[in-house]
Write a protein that binds this ligand. Structure first.
Ligand SMILES: CCCC/C=C\CC(=O)SCCNC(=O)CCNC(=O)[C@H](O)C(C)(C)COP(=O)(O)OP(=O)(O)OC[C@H]1O[C@@H](n2cnc3c(N)ncnc32)[C@H](O)[C@@H]1OP(=O)(O)O
Length: 289
């Protein structure tokens, strides 16, 4: 028997169950949560983590908490790599669930933004090898989370980037810094001042993604090839090298925590921004772009 973990919500409370899985099923072990499906292949010891929150995998508080907790479990299990993708081809995530931004309750905004940052930091800082298979549109928060991974492959004909400025919002500095790490300061400056969403081809040319694939299946097998390519690299040396290359960004982001949270709460919690968000939601619902 193999022991799996299953997390479910009962009457609003998250409950963790230990499941006994018969041996003949152990080629794949699942321990999904409500909004994030996890599948670990016992042969390759690689996990696929699929966002699964209809309609657009919006990043609400629950998704972020589940994602962070599942990543911690995968760290404990010492998997060889984690592939992050969407259960719904066509949309990796629509970014932040805008409902989370429709409040002037400062405590709620602070809690949301702290969780959003912590989840990003968990992914950015994990010693595990991480590959994003971007199998659909990936605006704003979706783009941000994929930049935290070690490698990005993306299917054709979708969009990725930080579109916040187009909505009348201001993306956090650390999102801009992370994109600048990948595409250079000048291109990041242009992208964020315009709120630009890039096509898969444009993102590839700029270096925002590493490779283009035709579909999710090809993306998953490409991600496995990338993970396998590290098989002969001494693990400890890889982990320390990853930490060293990311240390400067991390130090800055952590040093600026208070300013960043204060800015988010003041920016989103203002009546002016609330009006902008409300108008954007109406446009989204009536598909008037
Ligand atoms: C401010 C500082 C923080 C900065 C950091 C991050 C900011 C963000 O992440 S803000 C969120 C930015 N995201 C977007 O602008 C994406 C908006 N959505 C889309 O462009 C499209 O919906 C998408 C391409 C993702 C999918 O397109 P479709 O497949 O055509 O779906 P629909 O547009 O019909 O959407 C279905 C359904 O979902 C609602 N929706 C979409 N996105 C969001 C969202 N981010 N939050 C909440 N709800 C969202 C959309 O309104 C539709 O709802 P219904 O009309 O009720 O069906």
């Amino acid at each position: 028997m193999f022991k799996g973990i299953c997390r479910e919500t009962h009457n609003g409370n998250m409950v963790t169950k230990i499941l006994k899985i018969p041996k003949f099923f152990t080629c794949i072990r699942n321990f999904s949560s409500e909004n994030v499906l996890v599948e670990v292949n016992n042969k390759t010891n690689t996990a696929i983590l699929r966002l699964s929150r209809p309609p657009v995998n919006g990043l609400n508080l629950e998704v972020l908490n589940e994602f962070e907790s599942l990543l911690s479990q995968l760290e404990q299990q010492k998997v060889n790599g984690v592939i992050i993708t969407s259960n719904k081809e066509g949309i990796l995530t629509g970014g932040i669930d805008i409902a989370e931004l429709q409040t002037i309750d400062q405590r709620r905004l602070k809690k949301y933004w702290t969780t959003f940052r912590d989840t990003f930091l968990k992914l950015y800082n994990t010693p595990l090898l991480t590959v994003a298979v971007i199998n659909g549109h990936s605006p704003a928060g979706g783009c941000l989370f994929s930049t935290a991974c070690d490698y990005r492959v993306m299917t054709r004909n979708y969009n990725i980037g930080g579109n916040e400025t187009q909505l009348g919002l201001v993306a956090p500095i650390w999102f801009m810094d992370r994109v600048a790490d990948l595409i250079g300061h000048r291109q990041a400056e242009l992208a964020f001042t315009q709120g630009k969403l890039f096509s898969t081809d444009e993102a590839h040319k700029l270096g925002l993604i590493d490779e283009i694939v035709e579909n999710t299946a090809e993306g998953l097998s490409k991600a496995q090839i990338i993970i396998n390519s590290f098989a002969n690299v001494p693990k400890k040396a890889r982990e320390i090298s990853k930490r060293f290359t990311r240390q400067q960004f991390l130090d800055k982001m952590i040093r600026d925590t208070d300013d960043d949270i204060r800015h988010f709460v003041n920016h989103i919690g203002s009546n002016e921004t609330q009006k902008i968000i409300e108008q954007y939601m109406q446009k989204l619902k009536s598909k008037r772009f």
